[in-house]
Design a protein around this ligand. Structure first.
Ligand SMILES: Cc1cc2nc3c(=O)[nH]c(=O)nc-3n(C[C@H](O)[C@H](O)[C@H](O)COP(=O)(O)OP(=O)(O)OC[C@H]3O[C@@H](n4cnc5c(N)ncnc54)[C@H](O)[C@@H]3O)c2cc1C
Length: 233
């Protein structure tokens, strides 16, 4: 085991963990923070988001206290025309990368351990090497993984799939024309475009499972990409 010391051991480098660390090192000039996350990059679930995701609120109201997200620009085109910009998932990930690399790490008071799974009792394990590190925590272990939203690209479907039906997470929609094997499960391998050797077969009908923000984003994206309204259920 490889001993390390810190004041605050924070589990999760999503919005919650980064915002906490950012405020803490500003408010307490002595504090040392150690951040641990299973993801390879800061930003939490935004790393797993579908490529057409955006914030549903103006960028200026999102992120950490010390660094503004976006430039308070109003969109001049699209569905958000006339309203303040909504950062894309890629922008959110880039922003959290800057928070880590331009603010937190240069402070000299933050240690970051990506690709590490927290095991409990101050111990975390590298997902790549299996090495376990024991951290001596002077003040608190902070669980910033508490909300950890579950997004379709990272969980397994909990329903049966009929033969001939291809199931993909929203992440795979813009790549369907590639004929790549979807990251999510399929109902019947024989009809999977990749297995059929047909690299250009794109589905013509879509059934969206769910009716929340992700589902509505998928519908809007499909319509914008040219799907017929009647082909979407
Ligand atoms: C598609 C989508 C769009 C959204 N849009 C908005 C929006 O516009 N505005 C808004 O306010 N909110 C939005 N949300 C809500 C969103 O949940 C929050 O904004 C925020 O990103 C959640 O951050 P978090 O840090 O709580 O969780 P996460 O981003 O999930 O971060 C938790 C982190 O903890 C890590 N972790 C968990 N367990 C362990 C472990 N044992 N060891 C190591 N690491 C671990 C995970 O790897 C993860 O990186 C959106 C959510 C989704 C899914």
């Amino acid at each position: 085991m490889n001993p390390t010391e810190t004041d605050y051991l924070v589990i999760g480098t999503g919005t919650a963990g980064l915002a906490f660390a950012d405020t803490l090192i500003d408010e307490d000039p002595q504090a040392h923070v150690t951040l641990v996350d299973r993801h390879g990059k800061p930003g939490g679930h935004w790393n797993d988001a579908y490529p057409f995701v955006t914030l549903h609120q103006p960028s200026a109201f999102y992120g950490v206290n010390s660094m503004e997200l976006g430039s308070r620009r109003k969109d001049s085109i699209g569905l958000n025309q006339g309203l303040y910009e909504l950062a894309s998932g890629a922008e959110v990930c880039g922003y959290f990368d800057r928070v880590m690399n331009h603010k937190l790490l240069p402070s000299g008071r933050v240690a970051y351990h990506p690709m590490c799974n927290y095991l409990g009792e101050g111990r975390f394990e590298s997902l790549l090497s299996g090495q376990v590190t024991q951290v001596a925590v002077r003040k608190k272990v902070v669980d910033a993984s508490y909300l950890s939203p579950s997004v379709p690209s990272t969980h397994t479907q909990r329903f049966a799939v009929a033969p001939g039906v291809q199931v993909v997470p929203p992440n795979a929609l813009p790549q369907l024309w590639h004929g790549r094997r979807p990251a999510f499960a399929t109902g019947d391998g024989a009809t999977d475009a990749a297995e059929a050797g047909n690299t250009t077969r794109v589905p013509r009908r879509f059934v969206i499972v769910g009716a929340g923000k992700t589902a509505m984003d998928a519908v809007v994206w499909l319509l914008g990409a040219g799907a017929e309204p009647d082909a979407i259920q």
